[in-house]
Design a protein around this ligand. Structure first.
Ligand SMILES: Cc1cc2nc3c(=O)[nH]c(=O)nc-3n(C[C@H](O)[C@H](O)[C@H](O)COP(=O)(O)O)c2cc1C
Length: 165
């Protein structure tokens, strides 16, 4: 099983989650971890995992990335929204989305938005969108969230293997 984990991260929280997810997947899969800015091709993978921060209740946009930059983040020309919008169709590819977001009700979820895009591309979504919590606008991740991300990744392997048999 070959898995690709593509992440967007401006303050590093989603990157940490992506690394934990890649660690979990690496128990049984051959994993490639790639920042979305490198525009990684999806060809040749059995499982695609995408993750990003929640910005303005959904996936980041140029305006929200500029706002993040004003708050001290590094510059980012594009995010997961643009990556998925420019993707060729991916019929039948096993896939799942995760995001980081604040620990508040009504905070929105980038993972739910990415999940919709994966479905539109024809992916076979193997998990409900996974949301991991941070303490504020720039983080940090709450205690236990990295462990939860690793566990989520191993559960994905079980689901996609079951679906394939
Ligand atoms: C411009 C901006 C908008 C945000 N909007 C939301 C939001 O609507 N809902 C939410 O839960 N968190 C929001 N956040 C918090 C981020 O989702 C959170 O800090 C995330 O973990 C950042 O991920 P990163 O470190 O990978 O960039 C926002 C943060 C920024 C900088």
């Amino acid at each position: 099983m070959k898995a690709l984990v593509v992440y967007e991260s401006m303050f590093g929280n989603t990157e940490k989650l992506a690394r934990a997810i890649a660690d979990g997947l690496a128990e049984t899969a051959e994993v490639t971890l790639a920042e979305v800015a490198t525009n990684p091709p999806v060809t040749g993978y059995d499982l695609l995992i995408v993750g990003s921060p929640t910005h303005a209740f959904g996936l980041s946009r140029p305006t929200t990335r500029q706002e993040a930059e004003r708050q001290g983040a590094k510059h980012a020309d594009a995010g997961l929204r643009e990556y998925l919008d420019h993707s060729p169709p991916l019929p039948g590819l096993a896939a799942a989305a995760f995001c980081s977001r604040m620990d508040k009700t009504m905070s929105g979820s980038a993972a739910r938005k990415a999940d919709k895009r994966l479905r539109r591309l024809g992916c076979r979504v193997v998990s409900t969108p996974a949301e991991f919590r941070v303490g504020g606008m720039t983080g940090p991740l709450l205690d236990g969230e990295l462990d939860r991300a690793r566990t989520w990744a191993t559960s994905l392997l079980a689901t996609s293997a079951k679906d394939r048999s």
